[in-house]
Design a protein around this ligand. Structure first.
Ligand code: NAD
Length: 301
């Protein structure tokens, strides 16, 4: 592919920084826009360039890209905490819905043709006894999921080639270990500190765990092709917390105890996305098994 100039919002964060690294590795020029609210400048690696800006501030965003040309935009910036989204819904709306609108305006103003929007499968479909396909009903159980769902059609209506990727539960190096981070990052931190793991409920809740390197590949494939519309990006495999602990134990040795806490209200029992549309249409298919991804994460995180 001819090298491109790509704007990556949220590129100082977990997923965005892996996307930026992959684009740089391919020879693309990358400018990262991030307000560093949860991102870290150390995640942005030269020659990618970091510009600190709040995407919910349309004027500041306009100034940050004034007079520039980009070929494509990858939109990863968002507030992402489910519990916090109940307490700070107005701010979540400003960043997720208004911010997406502002990013699309910036894409158009800078001549970009293609936009890849990072959305969520895990927080948008609700309970999925069968792994959800893209045309299934949406039952987002939190303001976070509802607002991500509200932002998706903006991308499809923007007059650009828009691809929305609904990601499963992503894990990998650089994921934060705070309370609402991914369970794998939290468990890994506990393992390293010698703390007991906390399991909410009976440990039978299932998630579709997706390695972050596979996400970066999906984004690049979405940029390269002529795809439009919504695609699930996940493994199609649901793994329980108990099975995850067994698998992590095989990689890291036995945990330093397992503590059970009451199930958290509103917790989904089974969340899994069906990635067969992406595979059928030649966009992407999962590559990294959970075992291989855990080994890589344990080594690099
Ligand atoms: N981690 C997952 O399992 C997962 C699953 C599905 C979808 N997603 C989506 O992936 C994207 C990235 O999430 P992540 O897990 O890497 O989280 P993250 O918090 O590491 O990344 C989000 C980035 O956006 C930045 N940001 C937040 N608000 C901003 C604003 N107003 N202006 C500019 N930058 C802002 C943050 O500083 C951070 O660098 C989000 O859109 C999220 O909804 C994540």
């Amino acid at each position: 592919m001819t090298p491109r100039r790509v704007l990556v919002t949220g590129g100082a964060g977990f997923i965005g920084s892996h996307v930026a690294d992959e684009l740089v590795a391919r020879g693309d020029g990358v400018v990262v826009l991030d307000d560093l609210s949860t991102g870290d400048p150390a995640n942005v690696h030269a020659p990618a360039e970091l510009r600190i800006v709040d995407i919910s501030d349309a004027r500041a965003l306009g100034r940050a890209v004034e007079g520039e040309r980009f070929d494509a935009v990858v939109h990863c910036a968002a507030k992402t905490k489910v519990v916090q989204s109940f307490e700070q819904t107005a701010r979540y709306r400003e960043v997720i819905v208004d911010g997406t609108r502002n990013v699309l305006d910036a894409a158009l103003a800078t001549g970009a043709h293609d936009v890849v929007n990072i959305s969520t499968g895990g927080a948008i479909y609700g309970e999925t006894p069968q792994c959800a396909s893209e045309d299934g009903e949406l039952h987002p159980p939190s303001p976070y999921g509802q607002l991500k769902a509200e932002a998706e059609p903006l991308v499809q209506r923007a007059g650009l080639r828009g691809v929305t990727l609904r990601l499963a539960n992503v894990y990998g190096p650089r994921q934060r270990q705070d309370l609402e981070g991914g369970v794998i990052a939290i468990f890994l931190g506990a393992w390293r500190r010698g703390d007991a793991l906390t399991v909410y409920g009976d440990g039978k809740a299932e998630r579709d765990y997706l390695y972050v390197g596979d996400v970066a590949e999906a984004v690049c494939a979405a940029l390269d092709g002529s795809f439009t519309g919504v695609y699930n990006i996940g493994t199609g495999v649901a793994t329980s917390v108990n099975a995850l602990i067994d698998m992590m134990s095989a990689v890291l040795g036995a945990p330093h105890g397992v503590h059970h806490a009451p199930e958290r209200p509103g917790e989904i029992q089974r969340s899994c996305v069906d990635p067969s549309k992406a595979a059928r249409e030649g966009l992407w298919r999962p590559r990294t098994t959970l075992r291989a991804g855990l080994e890589r994460t344990a080594k690099l995180a």
